[in-house]
Every structure is written in structure tokens, then in C-alpha cells.
Ligand binder design. Structure first.
Ligand code: DGJ
Length: 722
């Protein structure tokens, strides 16, 4: 065997990692990063750091990725390499590094699934044992790579205050010590922290420069990142950084019986040596390739009634809105909350969840007349459901109080409701049936918004023994995913939107069963620009539903332009639009028809940041077609918002940036047309007019002049090769 024979190389596509077993059999990390899959051994194998540190595995001063109490009470775990298997998987590889405890009957498999065409690596851990009784897993990270030289590391994360504050961009230096970022609440944890992060180990990165590790915990439950920075004793030597990521194990000890298998969440991650833009393009490609349902299908233009009517509607009102939605150019009309409840009609959020029969007062003919109205108007019909929940005031709760997820205490109510326990077989059947019977009301119902409007507050399940109530945090996600998977299997042609009090379920794991998610209930376009900027680092436009609403009472043209850079739709009182507003909405629909394929499926180039630097009063980004023949570029002049947004547009302090768009064909000529949705721009601002012709090289070198000089305005450039 040569020196390299026993190296385990994982080539993730443009980067990778190399592992080796030390003389003592423990798994070591030889290299990580752009050259990470191409390393050779420069030192004896045992001098390299642990690849997946365990508690008791050697270093008592640093956090471990795996902490186990064995059946006999032993607290330490020492893993040695057993075998490595490599299997072709799609166009990548599935590598399993099987480790075993040197003393106890416990195996730990490190799984890696590569996707060379995107450069995103999926990794997870599987644990199994054959001891005399249950083993307790206290910590069970999915990944724990070590960045050996991290001189000035920083992290961009997305911890917010909760509802309507998702995807808040935060930059934090990673100083010596351990930084812990985590979400809680089980259901809708991402309202507190999106399960994604960008780590720049070698100091601040830009769109095009610097090392950046992009991470996504593909998990619908509590997630965590542990970032452990340690200085080195030798002067002048940069610190090292260990990144641990996976399910948040706090309060979620997992009790594993002999012969059973624990599968950790998957963490999807990538390493770019060329800045954050590359991380984004990789995540978008991987999301389309490995996550998203129907990735090639352009998502429909949805009109939702929620913010137009809330609970206050009847058949005539919805029929009228369907007609207006169709007239505006919608593809789908989505009827939101409030359509169900017979004994307890759902006239507000205090009753009826669980009773999924149409309210006979609001909708005497049920959903069928509305679906037929949509068909007559030439559009599709969609419906809102919240299958995982029950109000105490409901027939379901009267019938099945034992279905509630709870312990022996009286459970807290959130939004007047309780969560059902998906670990019960009957509950899972019921949840699938909620969707079946709702869709069964009319064949034209072909779109579903699946909501979940409360966290888990009183964990407990009658399906779990007293010694393992904490398994709930993991088992709840798996059980809920099995329901979602079954719904997707039974209704392959129905498009599904994921929602949890807004963006409470914006993760790549749950998304596997859906087509898109509701990014946030906060649709104030100034806030939304920043949310879409942040969320768009990991999720393509096809996924981020963005609707025009009245939040923030911003000008309609600006509001529409912001929604157009996500999966476009409306959630508006269409009857109350002024003529000018209606004209603006019609212009926006026309732009959507020309550009949504690019927004949803194109490669993103971010140009002007609204979340970093001194001047955060502007934002701009573009979506480019794969063949580089077309692009759409959005420019936004913001106002208000957090500190840092207050620079006067056009001030000396912050001269307007040029819009330099790289990524097009330098020698091709492009026609550039611009649209001002308000119709007020001095230059006409209408894409219908004769556009400027510029070469790809000029667009990248000198770019387009910043087109806006007033707050709350936007310009949309359509760029087409001639
Ligand atoms: C929360 C969602 O985010 C809203 O869009 C809406 O569907 C409400 N729930 C309905 O209760």
C-alpha cells in the first residue's frame, strides 16, 4: 500500500476533503478546501486533527461532535476506522466511512454524497449499536470539519427576533472561544434562526473574493451551528476553527435501542475560494438538482386573498376576487385561512382547526363553485390548510383530545391552537387525509399552501416511553416529513407551498416535498429586499414566494418591483386599487411574464448590497440565463429601515454605484431596456422602447449608470443578446 492508498478523498466538485486513519485507527482530517481533495500526507497521519471528534476521543478541552452514554453508563466514545465504501450516485458518489467504537458495540457511519455539477456536498451521520440496553446520544453533529488556518474568521448568520423578522442579515467576528447559534421550538424554528450560514474563515469575503463556507442544515426542526476558534500557541500562527452543524441537541437527547439506527439531519455545504457569489450559484444549482420538486417548471403567478379579506369573506366575495385575479393575469387563485368549520365556523383564529369541512354559511356550495369559477376564468384554484394543528374549540378536539402533542401539564396555547402529535399513526393518517379530502372537493384544486402557526411548547408524546420523551424533537420532524412525502406521492401534480407563520420552515430538508415557501409574513418591500437578498444566498427565486401587499404602505411600483425578484404574486385587496395602481400591477404582470423564468431559474449576480458597507440605502442584483443570452437586473433605492440606511441618495458621502454586471458574454452585444413600473421615468423607462446596445465587456467594465435618485423607487433592466 502506498502512502496515498489509505487516504480517503472526497471530491465535492471544485473543493473537497481528504481523510486518513491515524496509526491508532482514529479518523483524521488531512485537508479541506479548494485543494482539499488533492492532498498528500506531509506528516505522520496521527499528527492531523480529528475528522469527527467524539467525547472521550482525546481532547477534553474542545467540543465534540458526538457525545454518547453507552448502555453500561460509560461516558466516552473512541472510534476507529472500519471500512470505506464508495458507490456511484447519480452523477456523483456516495462515500460511507464506517467507524466503530474500539470497545463497545457501536458503529458510526459518516455519509458523504457528492454532486459534482453543483459543488455542494451532503453529509450526515448514522449511528447504530448492539449493546445490552439503550444508548443515549447527547450530541450528534452531522459535520465537524476543521479549518486549520482561520486568521480573522467571521460568520454571516440569520438570527432574528421571531415572527416577521426572518433572514435578518448579521455579521459577527468569530473570536477565540465557542460561538453557539441555535433555534428552538421544533415547529417553525426558522422564525428565530434560518438554518443556513456563511463562514469566511480567512477574514471578510466579498461576492468574488475570499474563502467562504456556505452551510445549510437541511432540517425542519431545531438546528445549530457551533463555531470553535482556538488560537495556536506558536506566535504569528493563525487560529483554527472547527465548524459543527446539525440538529440542535439541546433538550433533544436521543435514546437509541439496540439494533435501531439514528440518522442525523443532512448538512449541505460548500467551500468557495472565490467569494460568496460562487456559494450562491452552487446552492441554487444543487437545490434545483437534488432538492426541488419540478425544478424546470416555472412557478405560477399566485393571487392570494389573505391580506385582502382575512377571515371575512363569502362565496360572492371570493368569486369576485377570482375574476379580478384572472383579469390581472394570475395563474392561480389561492383561498387562504377561514374557509372551513361547520359546528365552529372559522371567523377568526380562535376556533375550527381540525374541522376541514367548508363553512356552510360562507361557502354554502363548498369549494366546488369557487374552483369552477376559477376554471371559467381560465385560472387554477388553490387552497390553504394547516393539517398539523387543532383548536381546543373544534369537533376534532372534542373527539380526539388524546391526539394533542403534550405532556401531563396543561399545554400552552399559541394563536389559540395546539399541535397534533405526528408520532401517532392515526394522526399521520388524519393529516394526509386533510389534504386528500380537501383536494377531493374539486379536480381543479391544484395548489396547496401548507401552514403551521405555532411552536412546540410542551413536548411530550404518548407514543414514546418515559425514558425517551426527548426523542420527540427528532422523531417529530421525521414523522411530519413522512406525512408530507405521502401527500406529494399521492398528488404529484399539485403544487405545494410551505409556510409556517411566514418563513418558519425555510430549510432544504422540508423543501424536498414542496415547490416553494412563503419567505416571510413581512412583505414591506424595504425589509423584503434585505430578506430576499439574504435568503437568496441559498435558495433560488423559484422557491421564495414574494407577494405584493400593502405592508409598509410603500409606492405600488416599488412594491411590485421587489416582489418581481422572487416568485411573483399578489396578496392585495384588488377591489380597492386606484386606476394608477392597477396600471402599475398590470405592468408588473407583463414584466413577470418576460422575466420570471430568469428570476426563478437563472444564475444570480449580486451587485449592490443593502446589508453591508456604509451605504445600505441601495440594492441591486441580476439573474442570468444559463446560456448568458439574457439577464434581468433589479435596482432598488430604499429608505428608512435599520441604522445605516440613512444616507441621502446621491450624497457626496455615498455616490451612486455603477451597475457592473459580470457573467455575460464579453464579445456579445446586448440590448438593454429598462422599466419603471410607475411609468414616470424621464427616459420613458419602458422596456417596450428602443434600448441601449452595449457589449458584455462594457456591461462588466463600466456598467450601467445608477438610475434612481428618489427613495422607494426601482428600475428593472432587461438585457438580451442581439
Ligand atoms: C400565517 C401565514 O404566514 C399567512 O400568510 C396566512 O396564511 C396566515 N397564517 C393564515 O392564518
Amino acid at each position: 500500500m502506498t502512502t496515498t492508498d489509505h487516504l480517503v478523498r472526497i471530491d465535492a466538485g471544485g473543493w473537497g476533503l481528504t481523510l486518513v486513519a491515524g496509526d491508532d485507527g482514529t479518523l483524521r482530517q488531512v485537508a479541506l478546501g479548494v485543494e482539499g481533495a488533492d492532498a498528500t500526507l506531509d506528516f505522520p497521519a496521527s499528527l492531523y486533527p480529528a475528522a469527527y471528534p467524539t467525547w472521550g476521543g482525546g481532547d477534553p478541552h474542545r467540543p465534540a461532535a458526538l457525545r454518547v452514554t453507552h448502555a453500561d453508563g460509560t461516558l466516552t466514545t473512541r472510534l476507529v476506522l472500519g471500512s470505506v465504501t464508495r458507490t456511484p450516485d447519480d452523477d456523483g458518489e456516495h462515500v460511507v466511512v464506517a467507524l466503530r467504537d474500539e470497545l463497545f458495540a457501536l458503529s458510526v457511519e459518516l455519509h458523504s454524497r457528492t454532486d459534482p455539477s453543483s459543488g455542494v456536498l451532503e453529509q450526515w451521520v448514522e449511528v447504530e449499536h448492539h449493546q445490552d440496553g439503550p444508548v443515549r446520544l447527547h450530541e450528534y453533529d452531522s459535520i465537524a470539519p476543521l479549518v486549520m488556518a482561520a486568521p480573522d474568521a467571521e460568520i454571516h448568520h440569520f438570527v432574528g427576533s421571531g415572527w416577521a423578522d426572518e433572514w435578518r442579515w448579521t455579521t459577527q467576528p468569530l473570536t477565540p472561544g465557542t460561538t453557539h447559534l441555535a433555534s428552538y421550538g421544533g415547529l417553525q424554528p426558522h422564525l428565530q434562526m434560518a438554518p443556513c450560514a456563511l463562514v469566511s474563515p480567512s477574514g471578510p469575503s466579498t461576492e468574488t473574493e475570499g474563502d467562504v463556507v456556505g452551510l445549510s442544515v437541511a432540517w425542519g426542526g431545531n438546528a445549530h451551528f457551533g463555531l470553535d476558534v482556538r488560537p495556536r500557541p506558536e506566535p504569528g500562527t493563525p487560529s483554527e476553527l472547527r465548524i459543527r452543524a446539525g440538529a440542535n441537541p439541546v433538550g433533544a437527547e436521543y435514546v437509541l435501542d439496540p439494533g435501531e439506527r439514528f440518522v442525523s439531519p443532512t448538512v449541505a455545504w460548500t467551500w468557495s475560494g472565490a467569494g460568496r457569489g460562487e456559494v450562491t450559484r452552487r446552492f441554487h444549482r444543487w437545490t434545483r438538482h437534488r432538492v426541488l420538486r419540478d425544478p424546470e417548471r416555472v412557478r405560477p403567478l399566485v393571487v392570494n386573498n389573505w391580506e385582502a379579506t382575512f377571515f371575512d369573506f363569502d362565496e360572492a366575495r371570493i368569486t369576485d376576487l377570482i375574476g379580478r385575479a384572472a383579469d390581472l393575469g394570475a395563474d392561480v387563485f389561492l383561498l387562504d385561512d377561514g374557509w372551513f368549520g361547520t359546528t365552529h365556523p372559522r371567523n377568526d383564529d380562535t376556533t375550527s382547526l381540525g374541522d376541514w369541512d367548508p363553512d356552510p354559511v360562507k361557502l354554502p356550495g363548498g369549494l366546488a363553485p369557487l374552483a369552477e369559477a376559477a376554471v371559467r376564468a381560465g385560472i387554477r384554484f388553490g387552497i390553504w390548510v394547516e393539517p398539523e394543528m387543532v383548536n381546543p374549540v373544534s369537533e376534532l378536539h372534542d373527539r380526539q383530545p388524546d391526539w394533542v402533542l403534550r405532556n401531563r401539564r396543561e399545554p400552552h396555547l399559541h394563536r389559540h391552537q395546539l399541535a397534533l402529535d405526528p408520532l401517532l399513526d392515526d394522526v399521520r393518517d388524519f393529516e394526509v387525509d386533510v389534504v386528500d379530502r380537501t383536494l377531493g372537493q374539486h379536480p381543479a384544486i391544484s395548489y396547496v399552501k401548507w401552514d403551521a402557526n405555532r411552536p412546540v411548547t410542551d413536548p411530550g408524546s404518548s407514543a414514546l416511553g418515559a425514558d425517551r420523551q426527548s426523542n420527540l424533537w427528532v422523531d417529530h420532524v421525521r414523522a411530519t416529513w413522512s406525512v408530507m412525502a405521502e401527500v406529494a406521492r399521492r398528488h404529484p401534480d399539485v403544487q405545494l407551498m410551505l409556510c409556517a407563520s411566514g418563513g418558519g420552515r425555510t430549510d432544504h430538508g422540508t423543501l424536498r416535498h414542496f415547490h416553494e415557501f412563503w419567505t416571510s409574513d413581512n412583505t414591506d418591500p424595504v425589509t423584503r429586499v434585505r430578506m430576499q437578498w439574504a435568503c437568496g444566498h441559498f435558495f433560488p427565486g423559484a422557491v421564495m414566494a414574494a407577494h405584493v401587499t400593502r405592508w409598509g404602505e410603500r409606492p405600488m411600483a416599488f412594491t411590485c418591483a421587489v416582489a418581481l425578484s422572487g416568485r411573483f404574486g399578489f396578496d392585495l385587496e384588488l377591489t380597492g386599487l386606484s386606476d394608477d395602481e392597477l396600471a402599475t400591477c398590470r405592468r408588473a404582470v407583463a414584466v413577470a411574464r418576460r422575466t420570471q423564468d430568469l428570476v426563478q431559474m437563472g444564475d444570480v449576480e449580486r451587485l449592490v448590497s443593502p446589508v453591508e458597507g456604509e451605504d445600505r440605502s441601495r440594492a441591486a442584483w441580476a439573474h442570468l440565463s444559463a446560456d448568458r443570452r439574457r439577464a434581468v437586473l433589479f435596482a432598488y433605492q430604499l429608505d428608512g429601515g435599520p441604522v445605516g440606511d440613512r444616507a441621502e441618495p446621491g450624497s457626496e458621502l455615498h455616490p451612486p454605484p455603477a451597475l457592473r454586471l459580470t457573467g455575460l458574454d464579453p464579445i456579445a452585444g446586448y440590448r438593454v431596456s429598462s422599466t419603471d413600473l410607475s411609468g414616470e421615468a424621464d427616459d420613458g423607462g419602458d422596456a417596450g422602447g428602443d434600448g441601449l446596445v452595449v457589449s458584455g465587456a462594457d456591461l462588466s467594465a463600466s456598467g450601467l449608470a445608477w438610475p434612481l435618485d428618489r427613495p422607494l423607487t426601482a428600475r428593472i433592466f432587461e438585457i438580451d443578446a442581439i
